[in-house]
Design a protein around this ligand. Structure first.
Ligand SMILES: *[C@@H]1O[C@H](CO)[C@@H](O)[C@H](O)[C@H]1NC(C)=O
Ligand SMILES: *[C@@H]1O[C@H](CO)[C@@H](O)[C@H](O)[C@H]1NC(C)=O
Ligand SMILES: *[C@@H]1O[C@H](CO)[C@@H](O)[C@H](O)[C@H]1NC(C)=O
Ligand SMILES: *[C@@H]1O[C@H](CO)[C@@H](O)[C@H](O)[C@H]1NC(C)=O
Length: 334
């Protein structure tokens, strides 16, 4: 009897299509029909129970539109902005989604998560995206975006993650990125064609994760370090950075550090042993010299699984050619 009642209640919860707001159904159908192959969305129909297919809020308005691994072909439909309660828009792994990011997206000021990733979207990163002041996650990675990064993107007050990696972006990192209002934001700009001197203003931000690897950035990137910071991961590898590593101070929470393939000089400061949870350290292909600090705590050595200390030149620049071996021998003790 209880079981029957349970199924009855379940049926009641799932069936009535009238629970769906008609404006949302209209927007969803318009969205669907702007693709050249709408048959890929067979369950999106006039009589669907949209709060069964999509996440809705208490007033049965759609709050999440997520499409992943789809061959839908066309541009991002303007009708997406008619979903006025949407907080999450995720279009991911859609190789036939092309064209530019439409201005309609700039009207979706209620968005908290915007992810357009692994698509064939091209054009610039539009300035109007800075209107989306409620964004916490901004992810436009793995697309074909070009042009420079709009400075206004640094104004999202609650931003947690900004990812523009794997595009074809050029120009510098805007100076405004040193004025991120959010706490502990993570930023990924890797695998673009960014160039120019890294702005000193970035010293103001306590980044949780920084990945600006594989660009053509230059200058002094030591501002990411400091024992008052709480970064978990810093990857500045494969750029043209040039600064004195001897003067860097390491933060205790650091887990991953990759500074490889730059022109960084000086030595590895002994204070690196304060980074007690460090697991990945890649300082290879730089101009470092001097001794490798010997104050490593055994607890650190147990966790330090990947160490690369290859010299940049044919000449081995560390005084003891067995240094890397010494580290791996000690690793085996634990
Ligand atoms: C992606 O766009 C380019 C033009 O920008 C086009 O040549 C290519 O065929 C597109 N790829 C797919 C999978 O549609
Ligand atoms: C990288 O930047 C330097 C200047 O810092 C410039 O001379 C060089 O041509 C750039 N390389 C590429 C591949 O853009
Ligand atoms: C790097 O900094 C250290 C410590 O401040 C200093 O002794 C050294 O001379 C500097 N190296 C260069 C090449 O400026
Ligand atoms: C640095 O070394 C780590 C560990 O071996 C590796 O995962 C990483 O890809 C290397 N970085 C570069 C830029 O080669």
């Amino acid at each position: 009897m209880m079981l029957l009642l349970f199924f009855f209640l379940l049926f009641l919860r799932q069936s009535p299509a009238e629970h769906c707001h008609p404006d949302d159904i209209a927007a969803i159908l318009k969205f669907k029909n702007s693709f050249s192959n709408p048959q890929l969305l067979p369950s999106w129909t006039l009589d669907m129970d949209c709060c069964y297919i999509f996440d809705c809020d208490e007033s049965n308005r759609i709050v999440d539109l997520t499409i992943t691994y789809s061959d839908l072909s066309g541009t991002i439909p303007d009708a997406v902005a008619d979903l006025t309660h949407l907080q999450t828009l995720r279009l991911k792994k859609m190789p036939f989604l092309a064209g530019e990011i439409p201005p309609a997206i700039g009207k979706m000021t209620q968005l908290v998560t915007l992810q357009i990733s692994w698509t064939n979207i091209s054009g610039h990163v539009p300035r109007f995206l800075a209107n989306l002041q409620n964004l916490k996650i901004f992810d436009l990675s793995f697309n074909k975006l070009s042009g420079s990064i709009p400075p206004s993107l640094a104004t999202f007050p609650d931003i947690i993650g900004l990812d523009l990696s794997r595009n074809q972006l050029t120009g510098p990192i805007p100076e405004s990125f040193g004025h991120f209002p959010g706490k502990l934001p993570s930023i990924s700009l890797s695998r673009n064609r960014l160039s120019g001197k890294i702005p000193a203003s970035l010293a103001n931000v306590n980044f949780f994760r920084v990945d600006i690897s594989r660009n053509n950035l230059s200058g002094d990137a030591s501002m990411f370090f400091g024992d008052s910071k709480s970064s978990d991961s810093i990857d500045i590898s494969r750029n043209n950075f040039e600064f004195n590593f001897s003067q860097v101070r390491f933060m205790a929470p650091l887990v991953t550090l990759d500074i490889s393939h730059n022109k960084i000089y000086g030595n590895i400061p002994s204070q690196i042993t304060d980074a007690v949870v460090l697991q990945v350290l890649n300082v290879s292909y730089n101009r470092l010299c001097g001794e490798i600090p010997t104050g490593w705590k055994l607890s650190l050595l147990r966790q330090l699984t990947m160490v690369k200390l290859k010299p940049i030149l044919t000449k081995w620049m560390f005084p003891n050619p067995n240094t890397a071996l010494w580290l791996s021998q000690d690793l085996r003790i634990g």
